[in-house]
Design a protein around this ligand. Structure first.
Ligand code: ADP
Ligand code: ZN
Length: 603
């Protein structure tokens, strides 16, 4: 993130220097230069000297009289006294005399002080302020307040020496991008055969999967400058600034070619222009400028634009058209092997017990992104320090997974006894239903310590292998597991709580997906009724069907969830003794591992 800017001129410093110099000149040097000795005398002396004919010239001012004697060059001064005869006396003594206001200060200096200096001061303060303001706006070449020229920002960021090796996992993405590295190394090879590199490559994936890292690694591998800008930075308060920045960025990039230009969060400027009410002029101008720039340069000039987004479907089609961002590189959440590799990369930066089983930890951190894994490793190191140890251990890593995913333990949140029992039964309910359905993953660990995230309990599922497909039965079992928490409360207390809201949400989403998206319903066969948006941000779905169908979808969804809920209740009723035993264990110990769980269940 080392942004190299053109050194900013310290304008305030300059103006202060200027003012000081002027003051020095006016009040010390100038008087020194024009200094002539003035001797103060009383009025009597003046009269005597006049009468004795010693005076050469006299100058009468409003409240003082300057006079010079004939011999020396000394100037005398005396106050003015009511003296009606003075003029006739001077005349008689044959003295040159004038009544003139002697200018004490140099006239030029007066003009300087009263006119030019203030102008200078205002100019400097004004331009200083406008520079300040423009820097806040990120610097651009617009002329604010009619002054202050562009302090064009150079967007070169050091790629931090990041190489492909630093990015663990993501092999497909790396393979995809290595072609670009090769091109940057050896453009002639491509030019000879007439092949043009894509101008733009879109890195698509959930947050924290290493898209920025990959872009930096491309620059690092190819050893070229890395220009980086975030989409949201382009969209500024002042209309026109965004477009100006795009122009600026590309101008500088072209000068430095071959190079990589990285635009993070490109969706901030490249959203579909879909005639919504809140059209953002600024964004549109910025996008248009970006498109113009991309069209404006030849495919082979060595500027490669990488952009990252986690909302690819919301991008304006104009951006993804051939000749623009026509290549798409998926950067997915890491799988088990990927997670392990990422952990290992980051574990190199801390002191860690050599016996740590990274595979085990990676398995526990299922679903974590690269950024979260990096965070987990760091949290483990912090925990080791807190506990006064020299190195992080397996236990540190395991606890950190919970911290990063579920938040810190909330020390002061005291559950009432009743609440604690409820949470214990609820969590065991999930786990027991999961364990009893052969296809569901058994739990890894359950804790019922409140977390800062608001969760009262936390169940860590185990993921055994990579899954790319889910069968209908598996989906149903998952729904049953989700309803298991509520089912346990019902069976144990005959009462239900608000603790199941998240379960309900997830179960509903799965069931609705089965009906409207995966063609697993009774009535709709293989007809898609919903579109998934935000695939990488939780996958919001929007229904796309008639109202009548919508009603039917709802009732089918309800039917699926109800059936699974009943199934969960049945499982728990059949295993009531185990449910009680496990819940008691969890209530007392506050944590239960998968092993302990299975021991009790199979005993
Ligand atoms: P994105 O741009 O996809 O949101 P970043 O590239 O900013 O993600 O990644 C954030 C941090 O997560 C990185 O600085 C790095 O520490 C860690 N990280 C993410 N993915 C990986 C990976 N594949 N290998 C190593 N570290 C990773
Ligand atoms: Zn639950």
């Amino acid at each position: 993130m080392n942004e190299v800017k053109t050194p900013k001129r310290p304008l305030l410093y300059y103006s202060i220097c200027m003012i000081l110099l002027l003051l020095l000149f006016n009040f010390i040097l100038l008087p020194q230069m024009s200094k002539q000795e003035v001797k103060e005398v009383d009025y009597g002396t003046f009269m005597t000297m006049t009468e004795n004919g010693k005076l050469d010239s006299v100058q009468i001012q409003d409240n003082q009289i300057f006079f010079k004697d004939k011999k020396s060059d000394t100037i005398y001064r005396t106050g003015v006294i009511e003296d009606p005869d003075l003029v006739s006396r001077l005349h008689t003594a044959n003295v040159k005399f004038t009544k003139e206001i002697q200018k004490e200060t140099n006239p030029m200096l007066g003009i300087l002080l009263s006119w030019i200096l203030p102008i200078f001061i205002f100019f400097f303060i004004g331009s200083y302020m406008s520079k300040k303001l423009m820097n806040r706006q990120g610097g651009s070449n617009s002329m604010m307040f009619g002054m202050g020229k562009s302090n064009a920002k150079i967007y070169v960021k050091s790629s931090g020496g990041i190489k492909f090796d630093d990015v663990a996992g993501e092999d497909e993405a790396k393979e995809n991008l290595s072609e670009i590295v090769d091109y940057l190394h050896n453009p002639d090879k491509y030019r000879k055969i007439g092949a043009a590199m894509p101008k733009g490559v879109l890195l698509v994936g959930p947050p924290g999967t290493g898209k920025t890292m990959l872009a930096k690694a491309v620059a690092g591998e190819a050893n070229v400058p890395f220009f980086s800008m975030s989409g949201s930075e382009f969209v500024e308060m002042f209309v026109g600034m965004g477009a100006a920045k795009v122009r600026d960025l590309f101008k500088q990039a072209k000068e430095k070619a071959p190079c990589i230009v990285f635009i993070d969060e490109i969706d901030a400027i490249g959203k579909k222009r879909d005639g919504h009410f809140s059209t953002n002029d600024e964004r549109e101008q910025t996008l248009n400028q970006l498109l113009t720039e991309m069209d404006g340069f030849e495919g082979n000039n060595g500027v490669i634009i990488l952009a990252a987004t986690n909302r690819p479907e919301s991008l304006d089609p104009a951006l993804t058209r051939p000749g623009r961002f026509d290549r798409r590189v998926p950067v997915e959440l890491p799988d088990l092997a990927g997670r392990e590799a990422i952990m290992r990369v980051h574990a190199k930066k801390i002191k860690i017990d050599k016996d740590v089983d990274f595979t085990q930890v990676a398995r526990m951190a299922s679903g974590a992104s690269g950024a979260e894994l990096a965070n987990i490793v760091n949290e483990a190191a912090l925990r080791a320090i807190r506990e006064g140890r020299q190195m992080a251990t397996q236990a540190d890593l395991e606890e950190s997974i919970e911290v990063v995913i579920a938040g810190y333990q909330k020390k002061n949140a005291i559950l009432t006894d009743k609440e604690k029992w409820t949470v214990a039964y609820h969590e065991i309910g999930h786990a027991l239903v999961a364990a009893k359905q052969t296809d569901s993953a058994p739990v890894q660990k359950i804790t019922i310590i409140p977390r800062t995230s608001g969760a009262l309990g936390y169940t860590m599922q185990v993921e055994q292998e990579n899954r790319y497909l889910m069968t209908k039965t598996e989906l149903e079992n998952q729904i049953a597991t989700l309803t298991g928490g509520r089912a346990a409360e019902e069976i144990a207390f005959g009462e239900i709580s608000t603790g199941a809201s998240n379960d309900i949400e997830r179960a509903t989403k799965l069931a609705r997906g089965m009906v409207a998206q995966y063609g697993m319903s009774k009535d709709f066969d293989m007809v898609a009724m919903q579109n998934v948006t935000n695939q990488y941000l939780g996958g919001d779905a929007s229904l796309d069907c008639s109202e009548e169908t919508q009603t039917k979808i709802d009732s089918e969804t309800i039917e699926i969830v109800r059936t699974q809920h009943e199934k969960a209740k049945q499982i728990l009723t059949d295993n009531r003794a185990k449910l009680d035993e496990l819940a008691k264990f969890l209530y007392e110990k506050e944590t239960i591992t998968g092993e302990e769980f299975m021991n009790i269940l199979e005993a």
